[in-house]
Design a protein around this ligand. Structure first.
Ligand SMILES: Cc1cc2nc3c(=O)[nH]c(=O)nc-3n(C[C@H](O)[C@H](O)[C@H](O)COP(=O)(O)O)c2cc1C
Length: 347
């Protein structure tokens, strides 16, 4: 009897086999070593760095090093590069492979930001397929590490070309394709077009990873378990906004895919994770940078937390570790104590 394929499973990307298929997406300004580390602790199987400039990397790799640092529990990762020049991208890939040994090197072909697109990088590459394919070929020739691409549906509604982009880049050597199922024009608005994932998975002979509006275990189950006739099987899912201040989404998705009990995420765990996240940040940045950078992360953790507005007000003013300790203590004081919870409410 053929066993049904479990929804949580490793994926082969070229010669690399992942631990599983629940990934942290590349997110500029967020996906640093500390954040990737807490996501891995929470059950994420592979974390992507934020996009790193190939030009900056080959000019002065020391400056970009901060983006490529690895946490102690990050035994494997994926590094994402952006750029428009095949030769520079290839040199950057070789440098990254040599110095940081990632398991995957991904090409950003979806970024909608004008500054990036103006230089022919990010989603502009979807309008210049010969260039994108030349980048894939040059990078694949420069390193033995599998090269993958992250794309969008197309530039706008009138130029949906993800199937062609995927087919052409796979022919050029890409070992997996991630689709953020929106157009460049949409940026982050509207709904990701979920049906496109299965269409793409049916069209290419490499793993397809889904990105866009995956916020809950139900979203992950719907995409990985999609049995629409004609749809291919999506190999893995990537979470971006849904993991901000919420690394627990990985443990919840993992439990759902494995059919095990939903983990309990209480307010004490949320606070302890945020505190650990900040302390980890101090290992990778100087105190001032860690202090400023962590404000947005702290605010993300406070979404839906009682007294959140008041605590956010405090968080956005924190700069030093001592100020953060005061903030975390204030947060702790605002938690309902076990004794409060056990006591019957008085009239
Ligand atoms: C603030 C922000 C920064 C992002 N940075 C990157 C990036 O560096 N590289 C990339 O490929 N995608 C980037 N993305 C896109 C995400 O990886 C993801 O594809 C998109 O947000 C859709 O997923 P979501 O609905 O889970 O957020 C970014 C998204 C956001 C919101």
């Amino acid at each position: 009897m053929i066993q049904p394929i479990g929804l949580h499973h490793p994926v082969r990307i070229g010669g690399y086999i992942t631990k599983g298929n629940i990934f942290l997406a590349p997110v500029a300004g967020y996906s640093d070593a500390a954040y990737r580390s807490v996501c891995l602790d929470a059950g994420c199987d592979l974390a992507y760095t934020e996009m790193v400039s190939s030009e900056a990397l080959i000019r002065d790799s020391v400056k970009t090093e901060v983006l490529l640092q690895r946490a102690a529990n990050e035994t494997e990762n994926a590094v994402q590069l952006f750029g428009a020049n095949p030769e520079v991208m290839a040199r950057a890939a070789a440098l990254v492979a040599d110095r940081w040994h990632p398991s995957v090197i991904d090409i950003n072909s979806g970024c909608p930001v004008p500054k990036i697109v103006r230089n022919g990088a990010g989603s502009a590459l979807m309008r210049d397929l010969p260039r994108l394919c030349a980048i894939v070929e040059a990078m694949s020739a420069a390193t033995a590490i599998p090269v993958t691409v992250k794309i969008r549906l197309g530039w706008d509604d009138d130029s949906i070309n993800y199937l062609e982009v995927a087919e052409r880049t796979v022919a050029a050597g890409a070992k997996a394709v991630t689709l953020h199922a929106r157009t460049r024009h949409q940026a982050y608005s509207g709904q990701a077009e979920r049906a496109a994932f299965g269409r793409l998975a049916a069209a290419v002979p490499v793993p397809v990873f889904a990105s866009g509006d995956i916020f809950t275990p139900a979203d992950a189950l719907a995409i990985l378990g999609d049995s629409t006739p004609g749809a291919g099987r999506v190999a893995g899912i990537m979470v971006a906004r849904g993991a901000m201040g919420n690394p627990f989404v990985f443990s919840r998705i993992k439990a759902a895919l494995e059919g095990s009990a939903e983990p309990v995420i209480d307010s004490a765990l949320r606070l302890a994770t945020a505190r650990h996240h900040f302390r980890l940040s101090l290992e990778f940045y100087d105190q001032h940078t860690a202090g400023v950078e962590f404000r947005k992360q702290a605010c993300s953790y406070l979404k839906g937390v009682p007294h959140g507005a008041e605590l956010r007000n405090l968080a956005v003013r924190c700069a030093t570790p001592a100020e953060y300790e005061i903030f975390f203590e204030r947060w702790k004081e605002s938690l309902p104590s076990v004794a409060d919870a056990a006591e019957p409410a008085e009239d």
